[in-house]
Design a protein around this ligand. Structure first.
Ligand SMILES: [Zn+2]
Length: 108
């Protein structure tokens, strides 16, 4: 988990399963909320795929003119969806804006 410091203890984070301070198979994701970045972990390997699936889902919702506050999505997804609608440009229909900070908060 290199360079990850627990803000509450000031200590380097260690895995609760194997006590490793390095990346290990138990590490789900290293997410820097300040800079809205995912920098490691098993989820890091799949994050582009997850973002792509979310982008496809949002595009389908935009095309169907779904209500972002409808029952189908949770609060975080509704916020992402509203941002995607506000930034949607029909001239570039495949470019779905996904706010990285909101996306990572949703993943968390
Ligand atoms: Zn571990």
């Amino acid at each position: 988990m290199g360079n990850v410091i627990d803000e509450e203890t000031g200590q380097e984070s260690t895995c609760m399963f194997c006590n490793s301070s390095d990346d290990c198979p138990h590490l789900v994701a290293v997410i820097d909320r300040t800079f809205a970045e995912c920098n490691g972990g098993e989820l890091y390997k799949a994050i582009a795929t997850i973002r792509g699936l979310l982008s496809d889902t949002l595009l389908g919702m935009i095309e169907k003119a779904e209500d972002p506050d409808g029952d189908r999505v949770n609060y975080e997804l509704a916020a992402i969806f509203r941002e995607a609608i506000e930034n949607y440009d029909p001239a570039h229909p495949d470019d779905i804006y996904i706010d990285e900070g909101m996306f990572l908060e949703w993943l968390v």
